[in-house]
Design a binder for this molecule. Structure first.
Ligand code: COA
Length: 337
């Protein structure tokens, strides 16, 4: 029995905003953003688009890629819909996954959200795989979707230029392929970690039960995303390389056996630092941060879908995902395609 990714999909909102566009209203410039992060542009959701709208589009794209013209039929075969997000349509409930489940007509599926910030897809993929390994469940839809532009503090130039909106999706399935030995397929290892002591370094301070809205309050900066960039940067470089090494050790292989690394992309420099530490060429990593910026839980599934469509990824290739983000969380998956 193996847990295999059988289709992927993505959705980027149509509104594309370059660094020069941002510089018209924010005290920033293309040179600073590119040299400090590698970001050139990002996509933003429209005012009427919420996280579930992006998630739905990515899910439909994955369903179409799985069986063209049969999205509705395939949706009925789903046993689980899981959405990784940190910018849900509604605080607490209903889950984004329930809204997506309804729109897809996936009436046979259970649905819930995973809150692990930018590591969300890594966590959700492993949760789904574990749940498919037991009981009668066979097929799951795992989505990473975030609209951070709606919780961005536009007065903080150190964070507002870093993020974009997007959703990515994967359909995973329990198959008869072997999960060990020669010819093994699918998700073979995951490592999931948290360093809750860093919870305050990346957060939305207001609106939850710790610090609820006050009567009469509407918007204020504290409802928006706060990040201690330097602290998160230092955490990320170590977390990133630790996860890479851990996944290699679990499988007993060296990096030569890994075809591509699909990293969370918060800052090109973090990936460059990891490449340097492992002595790897930068093209070992599939990068799209220049086009999309940091799209939080969507980054890894969007990159995975883009990479899968390049034609470079063949059956039997080993790929690795590596994520890190708020929580602080970090982790990765090792997958035989
Ligand atoms: N445009 C122009 N200048 C900017 C700017 C912007 N958008 N943002 C910050 N600056 C300025 C600062 O004001 C500061 O100026 P000063 O030296 O005159 O005070 C200078 O640039 C350096 O700021 P600093 O915050 O020290 O930059 P940095 O080199 O640490 O880079 C980040 C900032 C956010 C790019 C970096 O810390 C980072 O990538 N952190 C991790 C982010 C991350 O991984 N987040 C997501 C986790 S999922």
């Amino acid at each position: 029995m193996a847990i295999e990714i059988v289709a992927t999909g993505r959705y980027l909102p149509t509104r594309r905003v370059t660094n020069d566009d941002l510089a018209k209203t924010i005290d920033t410039n293309d040179e600073w953003i590119r040299s400090h992060t590698g970001i050139g542009s990002r996509h933003y959701a429209e005012p009427e688009q919420a996280t579930s709208d992006l998630a739905y589009e990515a899910a439909m794209n994955a369903l179409e890629n799985f069986a063209p013209g049969k999205a509705a039929e395939t949706a009925l075969t789903l046993d689980l819909v899981i959405v990784a997000t940190s910018s849900p349509d509604y605080y607490g409930f209903p889950a984004v996954a329930c809204i997506v489940q309804d729109r897809l007509g996936a009436t046979n599926a259970g649905a819930f959200d995973v809150s692990a910030a930018c590591t969300g897809f890594v966590y959700a993929l492993d949760a789904a795989a574990g749940m498919l390994a037991f009981g009668n469940r066979k097929r799951a839809l795992v989505i990473g979707s975030d609209v951070l532009s709606k919780i961005t503090n536009w007065d903080d130039r150190g964070t507002c230029v870093l993020f974009g909106d997007a959703a990515g999706a994967a359909i995973i399935e329990r198959t008869d392929a072997p999960s060990t030995g020669a010819g093994k397929r699918g998700l073979i290892h995951s490592v999931l970690h948290a360093q809750g002591s860093g919870a305050q370094e990346l957060k939305c301070e207001r609106g939850g039960t710790r610090n609820p809205y006050k009567d009469g309050e509407t918007l204020e900066k504290a409802t928006h995303l706060y990040m201690n960039g330097r602290a998160v940067y230092n955490f990320a470089v170590k977390a990133f390389t630790d996860v890479m090494q851990e996944l290699l050790d679990l499988e007993g292989i060296t990096m030569e056996r890994v075809k591509k690394i699909i990293p969370h992309q918060a800052n090109e420099r973090i990936v460059q630092a990891a490449a340097k530490r492992f002595g790897l060429p930068e093209d070992k990593f599939f990068m799209n941060i220049e086009k999309y910026a940091n799209t939080s839980a969507a980054t890894i599934p969007v990159a995975l879908d883009e990479y899968a469509h390049t034609g470079d990824l063949k059956k039997g290739d080993i790929i690795m995902t590596v994520g890190f983000g708020g929580g602080l969380t970090y982790g990765g998956n090792l997958i035989v395609w």
